[in-house]
Design a protein. Structure first.
Length: 626
């Protein structure tokens, strides 16, 4: 709670600091210098309070000098020599940058609580025919638990009685529910859709696959980025160098060259002012914020500048399949009906029987009949569910059987010259229908590819980026999808931990790798990748874990994000080279010439303004980048 208040206070003080500087600048510009100085002092106090406090604590407790400390010293020195406006500007820029970084950092850690919400806290223990509600933490290996329809599985185990369909999207990402029967494994976090089953616990709650997902997200986020490590390594060295250089300059000028203490101190203060990294900070921050704003207008949400910077260095993108490359919902793609039957009548009967079915594909068939064929369904007179296989219904004294090929005693495979087998080779799921005269129809369903996925993958290839699919689907389905959209490579039958390992392998091969997905099962891989990218309509966990979010599930924005990042990186390099050059010239001028303070300040702040203006060019889309 205290940390949250502190973070909010940091943002409020940064805004107050910026307002004080603007108001002070206006008064100073209109001739009311004294009033202007009062507001500049307000900027010093509001924007510099927290940074000064943190810098002094780090100095006292850890004996570490930070860039924050140098900025405060530079600002104070600017005030000492009468340049309140420049010092206040320095503090305002740094305060706002720090507040935005804190806000972004805090937002990236909310996915753990979102994951925990999906972990059941209680389970129904089944002992000697008696049901008892217990805490999940009390379950031990070998316990039998009862999982009713609609319940989320509380722990990993194996079914010992019953059969049902489980929605395993939270674990495998598979859009079509999976049929489960005796001896089949079930995972914590999945949802029971149909019938009550008894499950024998095989793992303690602390070691379930779902808990591993949470742990992997935590571990991946705790790893520091290379940029962060680089800054931490050289920050203290830079600050110490400037401070030592300023003090050393004053001593040398006094003792060696016989300067007066006041003149030597003045020259040292100029060094602190011109050596302050204001222009270097401005080289990155305005350009980054401009690029982030540009991306937001284009439906690309970056969670921070580090992720945006990395995007331009991508060598490979790993895609989840379901909900990312494909739409995530099966649809009817093909229908074949016996020649002597009325197609509309058969479909109306099938949809009517399926409306009373618990088959996971029933909704897709009903939607197809009602929406695409505009037919009224025919309500059956009787219904009989065949657990794990299909459903039987009777309409006008005709018995219809709908379900898997196994229900039809070998007749389904040869129906219509084996057309179903051809569809199955294309990665489609089949639903067969028979009546009193024999095989009647076969329907094929498939999770279809997004057209924008093909465009995005082609765009990435044009940018020299490899594309790889990592999916929980089987090898055959994965191969078909990979070929259809033109992927570089694919990996099939992957659980979340396998996805993480594959991402790590890809990082070894390609160096900088992005992972894009939309499901809970993708969260560990998103967190492990150099850049995690989530679809805008994905799960809360995926959205919170990701570094980048593509709004409206539009994959065509992905190549645009890479182009935007490359533009930003180019401008930042220009800014840094220019800023370092100017600072170096000013430092050398201060050593070899008597650099006037007004010239030093104007050159230093002019340097800052120029790199800011160059960065603001990113607010506009480059011609042809849309």
């Amino acid at each position: 709670m205290l940390k949250k208040i502190k973070d909010q206070l940091e943002m409020v003080l940064a805004v107050i600091c910026a307002i004080c500087w603007v108001v002070g600048f206006i008064f100073d510009l209109t001739g009311f210098e004294t009033v202007g100085v009062i507001f500049f002092i307000g900027a010093y106090l509001s924007g510099g309070f927290l940074k000064t406090k943190e810098s002094l604590e780090a100095l006292i407790k850890e004996c570490e000098f930070s860039v924050d400390f140098l900025m405060m010293i530079a600002a104070i020195c600017a005030a000492i020599i009468g340049y309140w406006e420049e010092g206040a500007m320095l503090i305002a820029i740094f305060a706002i940058s720090g507040a935005l970084e804190t806000y972004t950092f805090n937002k990236s850690h909310k996915e753990i609580s979102a994951l925990m919400d999906l972990q059941p806290e209680e389970a129904t223990l089944f002992l000697d025919g008696v049901e008892k509600i217990v805490s999940v933490s009390e379950l031990t290996i070998g316990d039998i638990i009862l999982i009713k329809p609609g319940d989320r599985v509380p722990a990993d185990g194996v079914i010992v009685y019953g059969a049902t369909n489980l929605d395993e999207a939270a674990i495998t990402g598979e859009s079509i529910p999976v049929e489960k029967t005796n001896e089949d494994d079930v995972f914590a976090g999945t949802v029971n859709l149909r019938s009550s089953v008894q499950v024998k616990i095989t793992k303690p709650s602390s070691e379930t696959l779902f808990q591993k997902i949470i742990q992997m997200v935590q571990n991946a986020q705790s790893e520091k980025s290379p940029s962060q490590l680089f800054l931490e390594k050289y920050e203290g060295i830079y600050v110490k160098g400037v401070l030592i250089g300023a003090v050393g300059l004053a001593v040398i000028l006094t003792l060696v060259f016989g300067w007066s203490v006041s003149d030597a101190a003045r020259r040292a203060i100029v060094l602190l002012v011109v050596a302050s990294p204001c222009a270097l900070v401005a080289s990155v921050t305005p350009a980054t914020l401009s690029a982030i704003s540009n991306g937001a207008k284009s439906g690309i949400l970056f969670k921070g500048g580090v992720q945006l910077e990395k995007m331009g260095n991508l060598k490979a993108v790993a895609f989840d399949k379901t909900g990312t490359i494909t739409k995530g919902k099966p649809i009817v793609t093909d229908v074949f009906i016996r020649e002597d039957a009325d197609e509309d009548a058969v479909l109306a009967v099938v949809a009517g029987i399926e409306s009373h079915s618990t088959h996971p594909l029933a909704d897709a068939i009903i939607k197809y009949v009602k929406t695409e064929r505009n037919l009224e369904i025919i309500v059956p007179e009787t219904i009989e569910n065949v657990v794990g296989f299909g459903v039987i219904g009777e309409v006008e004294d005709i018995r219809y059987t709908i379900g898997k090929a196994q229900m039809f005693d070998g007749l389904a495979e040869d129906f219509a010259d084996g057309i179903g087998n051809t569809w199955q080779e294309e990665g489609k799921t089949l639903v067969y229908v028979s009546d009193d005269l024999g095989m009647l129809a076969v329907l094929a369903l498939k999770d279809t590819v997004r057209e924008e996925a093909k465009i995005a993958i082609e765009g990435l290839h044009n940018l020299g980026i490899s594309t790889i699919m990592i999916t929980g689907d089987n090898e055959q389905t994965a191969a078909i999808i990979a070929k259809e959209v033109g992927l570089t490579d694919f990996f099939a039958s992957c659980l979340p931990d396998a996805k993480v390992n594959i991402v790590k392998q890809l990082q070894e091969k390609y160096d900088v790798v992005a992972m894009i997905g939309d499901g809970i099962n993708d969260a560990p891989a998103l967190a492990t990748a150099n850049i995690g990218i989530a679809m805008g309509e994905g799960t809360d966990v995926a959205l919170e874990t990701a570094d980048v979010v593509l709004m409206k599930n539009d994959l065509t924005r992905l190549p645009k994000a890479v182009v935007l990042s490359r533009r930003m990186n180019k401008i930042i390099k220009q800014n840094i080279i220019f800023a370092i050059t100017v600072i170096s010239v000013l430092i050398l001028s201060n050593f070899f010439f008597r650099l006037p303070i007004p010239v030093a300040v104007v050159a230093h702040e002019g340097n800052t303004i120029l790199v800011i203006l160059n960065g603001l060019r990113l607010l506009k889309n480059k011609k042809g980048s849309n």
